[in-house]
Design a protein around this ligand. Structure first.
Ligand SMILES: Cc1cc2nc3c(=O)[nH]c(=O)nc-3n(C[C@H](O)[C@H](O)[C@H](O)COP(=O)(O)OP(=O)(O)OC[C@H]3O[C@@H](n4cnc5c(N)ncnc54)[C@H](O)[C@@H]3O)c2cc1C
Length: 289
């Protein structure tokens, strides 16, 4: 009888089943080196059908699976356990933009697309995909959805949960759940896609998503405001919202110690204000006009 590894090789091709320690190493630890694990193999499917067959084979063999996107997560969710039983499923080859609907303001992408590539695909059509985080060059849409990522523009556009209209998911037994919809006014039944958002891959592996796009901002103003305490920052936020409405797209409070770390360790960084404050607010206003 064929071993699980042979079955997986038959599904995705031998070059996409990594079993040598050196080949698997980048997938067996998080990027900060805080979590370490081992695995039978790292498998890299290229299509939803391949992934479904991989999941069915692992489920049949009783082998745990760990989906992995860009492996930029900070809490070890993409790292397998140390017992070596798991198969890591690398999503990076599922990186196609399936469709971009300019009129509906939606993009349908595979889960292995990096966040930066989705932002770029939207920008090429004069549209904005607003999720933005410092790991955007490496993290993937499937990871963003599975962690319900936030980033710097949550105030205006919401977390990943607010940015998704539809999902395609491979369920734990290998069946494919097709919830890829771009309809905004969808009032039918249970909204099952939300079970998979923020689930860290525990309920299924996301293979594709329909995401919301927005008008690209034409005007942008950024300011650093010194404030005495967090209460004053909240007051400032209220003031900004009252006067500028939804143009407030980013509002981050930064303590003095965090700013001092930046000044100490980042070459050519300089204090934004001459007088020191205990707290600073980095805020941004944007407008499509
Ligand atoms: C410099 C830096 C800045 C960051 N800033 C932010 C920030 O501002 N806001 C924020 O929310 N996070 C932030 N993060 C954390 C991290 O980048 C995000 O959580 C990101 O969304 C993870 O995406 P990933 O593709 O790297 O996922 P991974 O780390 O690969 O995986 C994360 C989790 O999702 C699961 N998973 C991955 N792909 C799939 C899939 N296709 N289907 C099902 N489950 C899947 C994994 O099993 C794991 O549980 C930051 C990280 C770094 C390094």
């Amino acid at each position: 009888m064929a071993s699980l590894i042979e079955l997986l090789q038959g599904i995705v091709g031998a070059p996409n089943v990594l079993t040598a320690a050196g080949d698997m190493a980048p997938s067996l630890a998080d990027w900060r080196g805080r979590y370490h694990g081992t695995a039978q193999a790292v498998v890299r499917p290229a299509t939803t059908a391949e992934l479904a067959a991989v999941v069915a084979a692992c489920a049949h063999a009783g082998v745990p699976m760990v989906p992995q996107g860009g492996n930029t997560g900070l809490c070890g969710g993409a790292t397998p356990l140390a017992d070596g039983r798991a198969v890591v499923i690398g999503m990076g080859r599922m990186n196609r933009v399936r469709a971009l609907d300019v009129d509906n303001g939606t993009i349908c992408v595979e889960a292995g697309c990096t966040l930066a590539s989705v932002q770029a695909a939207a920008a090429a059509e004069d549209l904005l995909f607003p999720l933005s985080l410092a790991s955007e060059g490496s993290c993937q849409i499937g990871g963003n959805l599975s962690t319900n990522a936030g980033g710097v523009q949550v105030l205006r556009y919401g977390n990943m949960r607010e940015l998704v209209l539809g999902l395609e998911v491979v369920l734990p037994d290998g069946r494919i759940w097709d919830g890829l919809r771009g309809l905004r006014k969808d009032n039918t039944g249970y909204d099952l896609k939300h079970l998979f958002v923020g689930a860290e891959g525990t309920l299924g592996i996301i293979t594709a998503a329909v995401l919301k796009l927005f008008p690209l901002p034409r005007a942008r103003a950024t300011a650093w405001v010194g404030v005495p305490d967090p209460r004053a920052a909240v007051h400032l936020l209220r003031l900004m919202r009252d006067t500028c409405g939804e143009r407030v797209s980013a509002f981050e409070i930064v303590g003095r110690s965090a700013l001092e770390l930046v000044l100490a360790h980042i070459p050519r960084a300089r204090a934004p204000l001459a007088r020191g404050h205990d707290w600073g607010v980095l805020l941004e206003l944007t407008d499509p006009q």
